[in-house]
Design a protein around this ligand. Structure first.
Ligand code: AMP
Ligand code: MG
Length: 463
């Protein structure tokens, strides 16, 4: 493994040197061979006893300089100056991508946590992040899931797991906040230069970085909205500078369309509900802007003005992307007005119709689409309205309306089977989500909806 370790070469304030703690008897549950190959890693080696030892945190691979990174963050709007990787260890970068072990034991940032992860959240992140990637949404990736052979103690004892995450970096808004909170402008500037070099090589100044993050997050959140994804814990430490989806905790894809949908048990107030995601993203970006002010311009008033001008572009950028995404979903890629989309979404809300299935049937079969609604006449009127607006581009629709999403109840079923050492459900679900836009005749998408007693109302961080 050829490690670059650029993060470990940053000033010491950025991280703590930390070795992973070994586990008793690791077993490889999943290995992402295509991703391994993209990284020039040999899947055969990763499956060998030495490879497994590396993926379990039992052996530090030659050339790696393991560290846990420092960051702060606003958690549900409350600032915590000291978070950091409490249960994750960065081995280093390979081909420019971070290789990180999650659940690999305590770090100097663990506070009262054990630095471990239950196997459930490991399998969940594996399924959901890989599904996101195949749906075409920027995300961290899953290289491997390992069961540790040890128990972790949460509400109940649960089997433990170690997850290997690949990311274009693990820089977060919270990383910038860490230095701003300490008035450490030297390291803040070093962080900005590093982020620019890794993610936005055309950017030159801290203001350029802010602009770039605003642009990539506006696109990302619009993409989430287009697949019904609810991140669930959009704290500033869980929002990447690169624009990748990161930190899959209590996240979920919604089944029935409900703009106010939330699943996370700890999000009682619905701060991170589906329809709040763009507002929260902008709030988080404002926190990023604040941290950068002193290095945006020596005159604070001017810095403020410059930053606000950029932040105010977010709503239009987001609306622009969301309109394009939903226009593609209804087959009118040239659409310039949100109105017809809102009419459909209102009908779906009224009848509590499955989000993914609505657009799937709309793409594949108008009769099945109409039958979803209590009053098919209203849906038919909508089809007529759509027809009046232009020719329907079904090819575009097919690339924007997936047949499958990682549904909560299916993930939960897969995890429960894996807890009994039966990984067939996990593997089958993962396989289906590898090609989410292709309908598999053996798995009609309508059979994937939860029955009333299968609906999952709450998801948990599981940490
Ligand atoms: P997250 O829920 O992943 O956003 O985590 C929030 C913070 O809690 C981060 O600083 C994590 O590193 C830390 N954390 C979460 N779970 C654990 C754990 N089991 N042990 C130690 N720290 C943890
Ligand atoms: Mg986090």
């Amino acid at each position: 493994m050829l490690f670059q370790n650029t993060y470990a070469k940053l000033p010491e304030a950025f991280f703590e040197k930390t070795s992973p703690s070994p586990v008793i008897s690791p077993t490889l549950i999943a290995l992402n061979e295509p991703l391994a190959q993209e990284l020039n890693l040999d899947p055969h080696h990763l499956r060998s006893p030495e490879g497994l030892a590396i993926l379990a945190g039992n052996k530090v691979p030659p050339g790696a300089q393991p560290i846990s990174t420092a960051y702060s963050g606003h958690q549900f709007a409350n600032f915590n100056p000291m978070l950091g990787d409490g249960r994750a260890i960065l081995l280093g970068e390979i081909n420019g991508f971070d290789l990180q072990l999650k659940g690999s034991g305590p770090t100097p940032f663990s506070r009262r946590g054990d630095g471990r992860s239950a196997l459930g959240p490991v399998l969940r992140e594996y399924l959901v992040s890989e599904a996101m990637h195949q749906l075409g949404i920027p995300t961290t990736r899953a290289l491997a899931a390992v069961s540790s052979g040890e128990l972790v103690y949460r509400e109940h004892p649960e089997p433990g797991g170690v997850f290997t995450r690949v990311a274009s970096s693990h820089l977060r808004i919270g990383t910038a906040q860490y230095f701003a909170a300490r008035r450490d402008l030297t390291n803040l500037q070093i962080l900005v230069d590093y982020a620019i070099q890794r993610h936005y090589p055309d950017a030159k100044t801290p203001l350029d970085l802010l602009t770039s993050v605003i642009q990539s997050q506006a696109q990302l959140i619009a993409q989430w909205m287009g697949v019904g994804f609810i991140h669930g814990v959009m704290n500033t430490d869980n929002m990447s500078l690169s624009g990748e989806t990161i930190d899959y905790g209590p996240c979920a894809f919604m089944d029935q369309y409900n703009p106010a949908q939330k699943y996370s048990y700890i999000d009682q107030g619905g701060r991170y509900a589906y329809h709040n995601q763009p507002t929260i993203a902008q709030w988080n970006l404002a926190r990023l802007a604040e941290t950068l002010l002193p290095i945006i311009h020596p005159d604070l008033d001017q810095a403020h003005q410059l930053a606000i001008t950029e932040l105010q572009k977010f709503p239009d950028l987001f609306e622009h992307h969301r309109l394009q995404i939903f226009a593609n979903k209804i087959g009118l890629p040239q659409l310039s007005d949100w109105n017809i989309i809102q009419i459909l979404l209102d009908l779906m809300t009224e009848d509590q119709i499955d989000f993914t299935l609505t657009f799937h049937h709309l793409t594949q079969n108008a009769d099945q689409f109409l039958r979803l609604f209590k009053d098919p006449r209203k849906a038919n009127d909508w089809l007529e309205l759509r027809k009046s607006l232009g020719a329907i581009d079904t090819n575009t629709m097919r690339h924007h309306n997936s047949a499958y999403i990682p549904r909560n109840h299916l993930i939960e079923e897969a995890i429960q089977s894996s807890y009994q050492d039966d990984h067939t459900k996990f593997n089958a679900l993962h396989k289906l989500l590898q090609t989410p836009y292709q309908t598999d005749q053996n798995h009609p998408p309508e059979n994937h909806l939860p029955l009333p007693d299968q609906i999952i109302k709450n998801t948990f961080c599981g940490t």
